[in-house]
Design a protein around this ligand. Structure first.
Ligand code: G3H
Ligand code: 13P
Ligand code: ZN
Length: 328
């Protein structure tokens, strides 16, 4: 059944687990993720970005989500808008049956410039008023995602701040977080604590703590009842990068967020863990392998099938690692 983010994360908080929020933009991803949720008896968040909506069409996506939830009536599914950039994107998502929306006012509407507190709080408050009137949950974001190594925003995958950011902008301030939740009434809060979007997060193999876990812990202490969200939480599996590269791909050396730090976050109030890149890598590795090993193949089902299997396996591992398994 379709449930709101608030319903799902309240259950996750009461039972101390995290929920992966997987990005989808097509049927294969949806089917493969749901197969993993079913196999592990896990609730799930399926989220779509503005780019995914433009790619797949709102009408097709909403019918796809109807099909996926009907196919697995026993699995709680939250249908969420990832990174809404204005009131209209959030409202049209609600019109298409989304049960949760993210209003990301940490950046201005064009997505490349950090916004000030007043803008972020006002637009997020407005979305909360509208969404809550419709029984829909809201995620806000405070702090700008980007690399603590370089101070640069997430330009790698085409969105994020394009200017050099200060350490202060890259780490959510716990006092400001408390004020933001009081000012806006959001159900969940995405925080900046050293993660960034895309495949290129860290240039060296993580040796000890790579995220600002003290920031998460301080925010959770101030806001014990606010569900925290970690964006940019792909682990960028080395084996997938290697498979892609041995089959003609060109992924530069890169590392993602260690699973252990995500699990630590979950012990300190992180309830929603956003994952897109790992799914993209799993699909690409499977397709490159199939096409590389059987170059005569041209039936899309012959390479999309293995890609779906790879996504199901990856998602199964996340459901188990985050403690989501068994909580449907
Ligand atoms: O926030 C980033 C997600 O990975 C979605 O990416 O905007 O390319 O669909 P996208
Ligand atoms: P990754 O790029 O690490 O998968 O993060 C996805 C994300 O945060 C979507 O909002
Ligand atoms: Zn994100």
């Amino acid at each position: 059944a379709r449930i709101t983010l608030r319903q799902l994360l309240d259950h996750a908080a009461a039972n101390e687990y995290g929920v992966p929020a997987f990005n989808i933009s097509n049927m294969e991803q949806g089917l493969a993720i749901m197969a993993a949720a079913d196999a592990t008896d896990a609730p799930v968040i399926l989220q779509m970005s503005r780019g995914a909506r433009a790619y797949a069409n709102d009408l097709i996506l909403s019918k796809l989500l109807d099909g996926l939830t009907e196919l697995y009536p026993h699995i709680p599914v939250c249908v969420h808008l990832d990174h809404g950039n204005n009131v209209a994107t959030c409202v049209t998502a609600i019109q298409h049956g989304f049960t949760s929306v993210m209003m990301d006012g940490s950046l201005k509407e064009d997505g490349s410039t950090p916004a000030d507190y007043a803008y972020n709080a006002a637009i997020t408050r407005r979305v909360v008023e509208i969404a809550h009137a419709a029984g829909v949950s809201v995620e806000g974001e405070l702090g700008v995602l980007g690399s603590l190594e370089t101070g640069m925003g997430d330009q790698e995958d085409g969105h994020g701040a394009t200017e050099k950011l200060s350490h202060d902008q890259l780490l959510t301030d716990p006092d400001e977080a408390e004020r933001f939740v009081a000012d806006t009434g959001v159900d969940a809060l995405a925080v900046a604590m050293g993660t960034s979007h895309g495949a290129y997060k860290f240039t060296r193999e993580p040796d000890g703590e790579v995220l600002a876990m003290d920031v998460i812990e301080a925010i959770h202490k101030r806001l014990p009842d606010t569900h925290l969200v970690m964006h940019g939480s792909s682990s960028v599996p080395q084996d997938l990068c290697e498979i892609i590269n041995t089959h003609g791909g060109e992924i530069r050396p890169t590392w993602g967020v260690p699973m252990e730090e995500i699990r630590r976050g979950i012990r300190h109030g992180v309830r929603k863990v956003n994952i897109d890149t790992d799914i993209r890598l799993a699909i690409t590795a499977a397709i490159r392998t199939t096409l590389g090993e059987t170059p005569g193949e041209f039936d899309p089902r012959k390479y999309m099938g293995p890609a779906m299997k790879a996504v199901t396996q990856l998602c199964t591992e996340k459901f188990e690692a985050f403690g989501t398994a068994g909580n449907a």
